[in-house]
Each structure stands twice: as C-alpha cells, then as structure tokens.
Design a protein around this ligand. Structure first.
Ligand SMILES: Cc1ncc(COP(=O)(O)O)c(C=O)c1O
Length: 355
C-alpha cells in the first residue's frame, strides 16, 4: 500500500505555513512592507541596465558574487573574507540557520520578532526558547541574558532595530549579550540606517561568535533586486558559507549594488527624509484621539488602536495598505506602516484623524 504524502514530508511542515502578506502587495498607497518610498532614479537605472546588457546572460555568474562582496567590503572598510552576499537577507537567514541549527540545537528568539526566524528554526527541528519583550515593546535585556545562560542556548537571533516592534538594543547591550554567552549571536541590522543606536559591525573582530546581517531592501531601496549580506570574522564566515546556494545572486544584483554604493548620497538623502517624516508622523499621531504611537528606530511606526482589524479594512477600502500586526505577542490591536511620500503620509494622518 502506498504511504500518504503527509508521512513522506518533513514532519516540521505541520508547524509552519507558507509566507503570506495580509492584504496583498498592491495598493494606491502601499505602506505594508517597510520598503523605501523612493525608487532608484531613472538615470541610475539606465546606467545599471547599460552595464547589465553587456554581460553574457547565457553564462552562470560567479559561484559566489565576489565582485559584489568586494564592493560592499570596500564600502564598509573591512576584509572581503568577512563578507557574504545573498539573494536578499532572507536567503542568508536560511544559510546561517542551516549552518548553525539542527534537531539538537536551542535557539533564543525575543518575542515578537521577525517571523522568518521561528519558521526556519521549526523547519530545522530546533528547540525555540522565546524571551518576551516588555509590555512597552522594548527588549528585556536581563531576561535575554538570564535565559541565554540558564537554557545554555546555542544560537541567539536579535533583530535590532526590531521588526515588528521598532525598538532597539544598544551597542553595549548587544556586546554584553555576545560576551556573556558562548552562543552564536546573529544581529539582524535590516533597519540600522534608521536607528538612534550604532551598528555592532565593528565588534566582529572582538567577538568570534558574532554575525551581522544587512539588507539592501530598506534604506538602499533595492527590495526588488534582492540583496543581503552577512558579516562576521573570516573563520566563522567560512563555516557559515558552506550551505550557501551556489550562483544565487544574479549579475544584475552585483551591478546594481556597485552602482548604488557609488552613488550613496541617494541613500543618505532618502534616510534623512525618512527620519524627518517619521518624527513628523509620530508627533501627528500623538495628537490624535484613540491612537497610541510607539517610538520607532526604524522606517516604520507602530500604533495601538481600539480595533486594529476594522481600521486595517477601513484604510484598505480607502486605498491605504498597512500591516495588521495584532497577531504578534503583546501587540494586540496594533498596526504597522512604513514612512511613505509626504502626500501619502498626509493622507494616512487625515484618514486616521477622521476616525
Ligand atoms: C528584520 C528583517 N530581517 C530581514 C528581512 C528580509 O529582508 P530581505 O530578504 O528583503 O533582505 C526583513 C524584511 O522585512 C526584516 O524585517
């Protein structure tokens, strides 16, 4: 008798679901995926395409995107051996988790945090130890330190600034966690360009157990091109790189990265705008009745309202797509939206003010 398909699959599939974005990815005012509101300017796209067209499309790119890695290492002022480029930082997360986790491993994940961490850890049948954020959504440093020690965890993943809460650990707090634990500590800095805290990148030589994750999808406005990076000391990097999918980054991704890094004032200008608008939005939200905004270190804001589901739907019916993050621990009736263009932010505030 033939076995049911279910029994042939990875048993962990029972515990996970396919990734989905509630409300979809199309809207007149799209604020639900923490993207940059600014596309790469046409003159730069044309420059990039002009180079891309000269490439042989019938030939594989390099096994690993060495040119892109060298460009980013130069940009950061570190050795290329410390850098690994991926097809979005999501791909790098899978690679790092594959390298570090498995059925006998324990992973510490603050809760709530970026959902992919739990999903990959479950898929790899690792034991997850969650550490709840505090009621104000800030990290609970003491609890992280205590649980890391008491549970002897093997791996700690910290999204800081954190998606979906918008809160950060400080440089010294991360240093303390990585110093006091012998676990591998992965610090996901997807939103670091928007943070009041500084990056822990400079600690990779001091801390042999530290891995920093970066994405080009947020401040660098390249979500559609798919570029992420891991940075660690070369010894650890050589190990982490072993499960990497070969040829995963396209020639287009390498060229785009190099060109955007060479025109980085576009990024710093966009970040200045986003920080300015974020503060304006926060002040406007504070003045609205029935809305509790949280201070954010990212390009998005969290608000608590009386009925998040109803408000999500109402905004959606008016062409504004935000993210309903109410399902996350401690985030009941919370909505998340990234900073948009001036007019988009204005319309959002008008709609929220008319509740
Ligand atoms: C904390 C965090 N890490 C990683 C990612 C994935 O980014 P990408 O795969 O686009 O590099 C995201 C995307 O929203 C994120 O919020």
């Amino acid at each position: 008798m033939k076995r049911e398909i279910e029994y042939l699959l990875n048993p962990a599939l029972k515990n996970i679901a396919a990734y989905r974005v509630e409300g979809g990815q199309e809207a007149e005012i799209k604020l639900n995926q923490n993207e940059s509101p600014f596309d790469v300017p046409m003159w730069l796209k044309e420059e990039i395409i002009g180079e891309f067209i000269k490439e042989p499309w019938n030939r594989y790119p390099d096994i690993l995107p060495y040119k892109g890695m060298r460009a980013y290492a130069d940009f950061l002022g570190i050795s290329p051996d410390s850098v690994m480029m991926s097809n979005g930082s999501n791909e790098m997360l899978y690679t790092i988790f594959l390298a570090c986790l498995g059925p006998c491993r324990k992973v510490l994940i603050p809760d709530p945090s970026f959902s992919l961490y739990e999903k990959i850890a479950l898929l790899l049948q690792s034991q997850i130890v969650t550490v709840p954020m505090r009621a104000d959504l800030d990290f609970d440093l003491e609890a992280i330190l205590r649980v890391a020690h008491d549970e002897a965890v093997d791996f700690i993943v910290l999204s800081t600034p954190n998606n979906p809460t918008g809160k950060s650990l400080t440089f010294e707090e991360i240093r303390l966690i990585a110093h006091s634990s012998d676990a591998i500590v992965l610090v996901d800095e997807a939103y670091i360009e928007f943070s009041r805290q500084r990056s822990v990148l400079e600690l990779i030589d001091e801390l042999p157990n530290l891995v920093v994750l970066r994405t080009m999808s947020k401040a660098l406005a390249l979500a559609g091109i798919r570029i992420g990076f891991a940075i660690a000391n070369p010894l650890l990097m050589a190990e982490i790189a072993k499960p990497k999918i070969p040829f995963a980054s396209s020639r287009l991704a390498e060229i785009t990265l190099t060109k955007v890094l060479a025109n980085y004032s576009l990024v710093t200008d966009a970040v200045s705008y986003i920080l300015h608008e974020r503060e304006k939005l926060y002040a406007a939200l504070l003045s609205l009745e029935g809305i509790e905004p949280f201070l954010s270190d990212t390009n998005f804001l969290i608000i608590r309202v009386s009925d998040a589901r109803a408000l999500f739907q109402r905004l959606q019916s008016q062409g504004i797509l935000v993210r309903n993050v109410s399902g996350y621990h401690l985030m009941e009736n919370c909505l998340r939206f990234n900073v948009g263009l001036v007019d988009e932010n204005k319309r959002l505030i008008e709609k929220l003010g008319a509740l």
